[in-house]
Write a protein that binds this ligand. Structure first.
Ligand code: GDP
Length: 300
């Protein structure tokens, strides 16, 4: 078990872009090092407010602790980042109802369908039976793509024709999972954002449908955000947050970006826990968000 976790963390370390690796910690602390850290944090998209808070902390705390070496400052920086990120993390909340329903939201291209597939694989590995609901009926390709994932991970898929009512797909998926005693239904929704009212109406209809089966569901509503756009995803996320209750965030594509630091303003501004991070396109590239291993991965 320990070996598996260790391997997972090693992989995160290799995959997440090394946004803060360039800082030259191997020298005595001086003003230029603080400036270098500030610049690197801003470049990693940590945002102005959090960057100021962090640098201020480093200045004060290094004096207080009488730290003179850059390497010690690096440890202090890690400590601060872990402190900030820890309240931003959260575990997947499953109730053990048969079925638990997890709803996925996010604009097209954010990595929603891929995340559904990867989470299905994680849950299957834990011995759970998983049903995928192809409720993104707007894009025909989304249904096909989800079917590829269903075959890959050995999950059942419930789908209708393109253009069908998403709530009808959700009804059929939850109904069939309930009658067969399946553990979990993962619902892939359409990523349209053309008006907030439209989004709200569609999501409410899907939720009402799920709640016909159990008032406790969905047990999670996960918003998938594209990590490569960094802090820019905050505005997008606000629209979803105003349209429905969001219980957790998944940040994808952290393997392909140097903007990993944006996790800090994203979680501080949205006040929603980050539950998973996506670090690649493969089946095993979804990891529970762990602040400590994440910080190790971006700083080294
Ligand atoms: P959707 O439109 O939101 O359902 O997005 P998709 O799941 O189709 O993903 C869009 C693209 O992003 C696809 O090419 C995925 O393979 C890719 N993708 C998704 N998650 C990740 C990730 O964590 N890392 C990388 N590198 N690519 C990803």
């Amino acid at each position: 078990m320990f070996e598996r976790i260790k391997k997972g963390l090693e992989k995160t370390k290799n995959q997440i872009s090394e946004s803060l690796y360039a800082i030259s910690f191997g020298k005595k602390i001086d003003e230029s090092l603080f400036e270098e850290i500030e610049f690197a944090l801003l470049k990693a998209d940590v945002g102005i407010d959090a960057t100021e808070e962090i640098v201020e902390f480093l200045r004060k705390e290094s004096k207080k602790r009488k730290i003179t070496e850059g390497e010690q400052l690096k440890e202090l920086l890690k400590e601060k980042l872990i402190d900030i990120l820890t309240p931003c993390s959260g575990q997947l909340n499953l109730l053990g109802e048969k079925p638990d329903v997890i709803l996925f939201l996010g604009i097209n291209g954010s990595g929603k369908t891929t995340t559904v597939g990867k989470l299905a694989a994680l849950l299957k590995n834990e011995g759970k039976s998983v049903v995928l609901a192809a409720a993104d009926t707007f894009r025909a390709a989304a249904i096909d793509q989800l079917e590829v994932w269903a075959n890959r991970v050995g999950a059942r898929i419930v789908k209708h024709q393109p253009g069908a009512d998403p709530a009808a797909v959700v009804f059929d998926a939850v109904n069939s999972a309930k009658s067969r005693g399946d553990d979990i239904v993962l619902v892939d929704t359409a990523g349209r954002l053309h008006t907030k009212e439209h989004l709200m109406k569609e999501l409410q209809k899907i939720k009402r449908t799920i709640q016909k089966f159990s008032p406790n569901q969905p047990c999670e509503t996960l918003l998938v955000l594209d990590g490569t756009i960094g802090q820019n995803s905050i505005k997008q996320a606000q629209v979803f947050k105003e349209s429905t209750d969001v219980s957790g965030i998944v940040i994808t594509k952290l393997d392909g970006t140097a903007k990993g630091g944006a996790l800090i303003p994203i979680c501080q501004k949205l006040q929603i826990p980050i539950k998973f991070i996506g670090v690649g396109e493969d089946i095993e590239d979804l990891q529970p968000f762990d602040p400590k291993s994440f910080v190790e991965a971006i700083i080294g």
